[in-house]
Design a protein around this ligand. Structure first.
Ligand code: TXD
Length: 309
């Protein structure tokens, strides 16, 4: 039986990191695509040469030719610019929108049956563009943001309490912006509500750090944005699809009225299995959460309504 084929459109910081993770997990064969001559080929060859050290037999290749993504089961898109200090994710809109339209039309032509995970920022607008341009079922186009944002939230809580990250469960809803919504009420540590373990002030401090975590790393790196944890987040989603794991993951998914939102991509808990986004898990929000999600959605809506597709 053939291994799955995973094409990575964008072989930069996140693309290269995802390729290595796929190799280590033997998730499938990798096709790295980038517009920079030689770079995807070089990264693929480097990873191929390291396979004996990890007993991995997947095949990795690099290309500038979209024909080489044919037959992809999964396509993960990081093509585009990353922000620099002082830039917001929204500042990337015009340049990355142009790139996303080009990428989407090529995916439509060369990988019509793929599950597409969009990573590029501004995420909620880019995943919307991907779905509109490809015309793929909304269950086969999803955005990666909530898995990363929730991981950050969980990590900060574990760091504060000095406990294992395995026992911290948390979810972040909404757009992938500084107005994202860490759902404090549902956060638990070993089954104990977070609100019983930390003060309201400390929790708000952690929630704020979660919302600003992307910018914190951009400020430290100065040359780009986070890539280790975003790569891990996208691969978690791809793995749930490829292995039909039915994981419940916070993702930018197309909403058809759930959470009172119609016709946009916003971060909500979904089930990812062999059919893609198989279910949106809607649940009751309290008035404060409702207001925060609405505010975050309004930001997404303004951005999406401003683009010409
Ligand atoms: O949670 C999230 N969704 C975010 C997403 C987390 C972190 C980073 N976020 C965004 O992902 C970031 O703001 C960027 O928009 C993307 C990719 O971030 P990365 O750090 O991987 O950027 P790089 O290293 O610059 O890689 C982007 C690659 C680079 O090699 C370019 O040559 C390539 O994209 N590129 C293209 N590839 C294909 N097709 C076109 N047109 C193209 N243009 C540039």
């Amino acid at each position: 039986m053939k291994r799955p084929k995973i094409s990575l459109i964008g072989a930069g910081n996140i693309g290269g990191e995802m390729a290595e993770r796929i190799m280590l997990k033997e998730l499938g064969d990798v096709m790295l695509f980038d517009v920079v001559e030689g770079m995807p080929q070089g990264k693929a060859l480097d990873l191929m040469e390291g396979r004996p050290l990890d007993d991995s037999d997947v095949q990795l290749s690099g290309t500038q030719d979209y024909k080489d993504i044919e037959g992809s089961d999964v396509v993960i898109v990081t093509a585009g610019l990353a922000r620099k200090p002082g830039m917001s994710r929204d500042d990337l809109l015009q340049i990355n929108l142009k790139i996303m339209k080009d990428v989407a039309s090529n995916i439509k032509e060369h990988a019509p049956n793929a599950f597409v995970i969009v990573v590029s920022n501004p995420l909620d607008a880019m995943v919307y563009t991907m779905q509109k341009v490809t015309g793929f079922s909304t269950s086969k186009v999803v955005g990666m943001a909530g898995v990363l944002d929730s991981s950050r939230f969980r990590a900060f809580i574990a760091m504060e309490l000095g406990v294992s990250v395995q026992d911290v469960h948390a979810m972040v809803l909404g757009g992938h912006g500084d107005d994202m919504v860490p759902v404090v009420r549902l956060c638990s540590v070993g089954g104990i509500p977070l609100t019983e373990l930390l003060s309201a002030e400390k929790i708000e401090e952690i929630a704020k750090r979660t919302r600003m975590a992307g910018g914190e790393i951009v400020g430290l790196l100065k040359t780009g944005s986070a890539y280790f944890s975003p790569a891990a987040s996208a691969i978690e989603m791809a793995e749930s699809y490829l292995k039909d794991k039915k994981r419940i993951l916070p993702c930018a998914a197309y909403l058809n009225g759930e959470f009172g939102i119609q016709g946009y991509y916003v971060g909500v808990p979904v089930v990812i299995g062999g059919e893609g986004v198989e279910k949106v898990l809607e649940f009751k929000l309290d008035p404060e959460e409702e207001k925060a999600l609405q505010g975050s959605f309004e930001h997404v809506k303004r951005l999406v309504d401003s683009i010409e597709i």
